[in-house]
Design a protein around this ligand. Structure first.
Ligand code: CTP
Length: 459
């Protein structure tokens, strides 16, 4: 094995009783393990047991003369480790990690880890503590700093309550760390996860919608392992031909009136701009909007959904990533009138017969070739998860980007958006509100990552 040395940190949590079993799992897999625990962890698990199983003295006190050979023991230990795992990780330690505190031996070593040494954190606590905004905030911070968070499971908790917060079982933790360290494909993750894992398409809406949140988060972590640098791969799109639709369409009722919607085209244009910055060849097919197109992009201006469909079709073989961000009208007047409809020809009401337009995304999805990757949008006023997941399978997209039409910082006209990313393997990721430009960058990171991941699952 390329990487063989694991530093296991243990915090004060009732679930620390699982720590000796985690050590045993690592040893069984062939790892050398050293344990380091907080003072309060001693209340829940004996350091003697950990020392016996790991064959190294367990470190608790940062001034313990046994480890104090030249005063820099924490640096030596941090450099020795191929990986540090903190399991269980308490809310206190998460908060201290988030501010870079080093007021005990465990934190001191965590802060001394080399840039490329992964820190894997397995939190365990009661649900209310896990869901507290402060803990959520601290988790986000340590993730941003590079920590990999193995999310807690749902189940019975020490308090007698049932909820999220349980430390995953020792073999789950060990297998997760093993897969990560040895760069194994996700198929080698433990059987409990394999059973649930659907690497290709989610077959039923129910299976995707009801997917356990923990499972989904874990899959997302696994996704992140499939590429070494998400940002690096997103920033090099020079081999991609990216086809983007944007803006509304206008469907003529007569020569002066039409059916349209409030789409501004801002999201699609931001995507085109970012894709161009990342080196891609970009073809932007845009409905009527008032914003200028980005430079360095091939732009086709269209008006109706039929024109948009026909223009997209011209690139249907050429594109490698298709992003259908346009708000295409679902219906068009069946018999547009030449000239102007005069009101004296009607009584108090009139009827316009509408026919369905061609679903451009669905057409591309159903003729998609193995090297092509397809992204659609779902703008919803309710039940975003259910509707976006339905669109994922009916349109055979690889990703559906969901947003709400009727919430602040979301939808058509503003400069900001709040996106949820629905992956074809059932993972759902909710992003924070951000500018449409930032949304585009975040989306391309995920597109690059998931494209790589899907490629790796094709045997
Ligand atoms: N879309 C498309 N062609 C259409 C209609 C929609 O390419 N004729 C694409 C959109 O660009 C978007 C996705 O399909 O990527 C979903 O569009 P949306 O309007 O949210 O959903 P619809 O499929 O139109 O269904 P509904 O309006 O009933 O929600």
């Amino acid at each position: 094995m390329a990487k063989t040395k694991i530093l296991l940190g243990i915090c004060g949590s009732i679930s620390a009783y699982k720590a000796p079993l985690i050590v045993r799992e690592f040893v069984k897999l062939g790892y050398e393990v050293r344990c380091i625990m907080t003072e309060s962890a001693k209340q829940f698990v004996s350091p003697v047991v950990l020392s016996n199983l790991s064959h190294f003295d367990t470190i608790i006190d940062m001034f313990d003369p046994r480890f104090h050979d030249d005063g820099s023991w924490h640096i030596h230990l941090a450099h020795w480790a191929d990986c540090m795992v903190i399991a269980p990780c308490s809310a206190t330690t998460i908060s201290k990690l988030s501010i870079g505190s080093s007021d005990n031996a465990l934190l001191l070593v965590a802060l001394s880890l080399q840039k490329d040494t992964p820190l894997i954190v397995a939190p365990a606590m009661d649900s209310d503590m896990w869901e507290h905004p402060a803990t959520k905030r601290n988790i986000e911070t340590i993730k941003k700093d590079g920590a990999i968070v193995l999310p807690p499971e749902s189940g019975e908790l020490a308090s007698g309550l049932v909820g999220v917060g349980r430390l995953p079982e020792p073999n789950t933790i060990a297998s997760f760390v093993h897969s990560h360290l040895q760069n194994l494909p996700s198929t080698t993750i433990p059987s409990a996860i394999e059973v649930e894992y659907e690497p290709v398409f989610v077959n039923t809406v129910a299976s995707a919608v009801e997917k356990d949140q923990w499972q989904a988060s874990l899959e997302l972590e696994l996704l992140k392992q499939t590429t070494n640098s998400v940002t690096a791969s997103a920033q090099d799109l020079s081999t991609e031909v990216i086809l983007i639709t944007a803006g509304p369409t206008q469907e003529p009722i007569d020569d002066v009136r039409y059916i349209t919607n409030h789409s501004s085209g801002k999201m699609g244009y931001a995507l085109a701009d970012v894709a161009r910055n990342f080196g891609a060849k970009v073809v932007l097919i845009s409905g009527p909007v008032t914003i200028p197109p980005p430079d360095g992009v091939e732009v086709h201006h269209v008006t109706t959904s039929k024109e948009m469909y026909e223009t997209v079709q011209k690139y249907s073989n050429e594109y490698t990533i298709g992003i259908m961000a346009a708000a295409v009208s679902d219906f068009t007047p069946a018999n547009p009138i030449q000239g102007k409809i005069k009101k004296e020809h009607s009584t108090t009401t009139t009827t316009i017969e509408l026919t369905k337009t061609t679903d451009i995304l669905q057409t591309l999805g159903h003729s998609k070739k193995p090297h092509q990757f397809l992204v659609g949008f779902a703008l919803e006023s309710e039940e975003l998860r259910l509707n976006a997941t339905k669109k994922l399978s009916s349109k055979r997209a690889d990703i559906i980007v969901g947003n709400y039409a009727n919430k602040p910082n979301s939808g058509f006209n503003g400069d900001n958006n709040t996106l949820s990313v629905f992956y074809s393997n059932g993972v759902i990721e909710d992003l924070e509100p951000m500018s449409k430009q930032e949304c585009a960058i975040e989306l391309f990171k995920r597109i690059a990552l998931y494209k790589t991941y899907l490629k790796s699952t094709i045997v």
